[in-house]
Design a protein around this ligand. Structure first.
Ligand SMILES: Nc1ncnc2c1ncn2[C@@H]1O[C@H](COP(=O)(O)OP(=O)(O)OP(=O)(O)O)[C@@H](O)[C@H]1O
Length: 213
């Protein structure tokens, strides 16, 4: 995928218009950061792009490699919930995600053990997830980004509970993904190190205002 365009995108929840008339254009290697107060609609927009919520208006279009594939198949989505099975080990969770997220997209793909190693979790690979701390669980959840190459990473508050070292690992992963032509859309209240990202501020207006970070 080499580009993603949002044109007049709107999303309703519970009968209310939450996201209204959003426009953005994202090209290979670029990042977009969604900002805004609690309840502004950041998670709603991200979930709609990932295919978990329908659009009530507008359209999302993508072009480039695998453009015939539906957008959700080209995305990694890591939301507020870690999406882990607590009775399974970190390794077993990653093996599940590697099978679940298998994709025809080209790009780097790590074995589950390598993905855990990259997130500094090698020592904990055989621990049941239930025994891990909040930050360690978050690192397992993020390790799924590496087990299957997907061009668009959609990340809702990805740095929540991460210590400084893990935030640095995440920053390196962002840089590597973008250098290989990947795209990132992230919602955050704290800096993510995506300093050259475009910013979509969902707080202020009905129409998402796009500018530079
Ligand atoms: N399942 C739902 N049904 C109805 N309304 C919902 C639902 N989920 C969220 N909302 C409403 O949508 C609005 C936007 O919520 P959303 O989670 O997208 O905000 P956010 O910008 O991500 O907030 P935060 O910074 O707190 O994570 C809120 O007013 C919320 O009450």
């Amino acid at each position: 995928m080499t580009s993603l365009s949002a044109r007049s995108v709107s999303v309703d929840r519970g009968g209310r218009a939450i996201v209204k008339n959003i426009h953005f254009e994202l090209r290979a290697g670029e990042a977009l950061v969604a900002l805004g107060r609690n309840g502004a609609g950041k998670s709603t927009l991200l979930r709609a792009i990932a295919g978990f919520l329908p659009l009530s208006g507008g359209e999302l279009t993508h072009a480039g490699e695998a453009s015939e594939a539906p957008l959700p198949e080209l995305c990694h989505y890591v939301g507020h919930a870690d999406g882990l099975k607590s009775a399974l080990t970190a390794s077993e969770n990653l093996e599940f995600w590697a099978r679940m997220l298998a994709t025809p997209s080209s790009g780097e793909s790590l074995a589950p053990s390598q993905a855990l190693h990259r997130m500094g979790l090698k020592r904990l690979a055989d621990f049941p997830v239930a025994y891990l701390s909040a930050g360690q669980k978050r690192r397992v959840a993020l390790a799924r980004l590496f087990v299957s190459p997907r061009p668009l990473w959609i990340l809702d508050e990805p740095a929540t509970a991460l210590d400084v070292a893990s935030q640095e690992i995440l920053g390196e992963a962002f840089a590597r993904h973008r250098a290989s032509g990947g795209m990132i859309i992230a919602a955050t209240h704290a800096p993510l190190g995506l300093i050259d990202a475009a910013v979509l501020d969902l707080s202020a207006t009905d129409a998402g205002a796009i500018g530079n970070a």
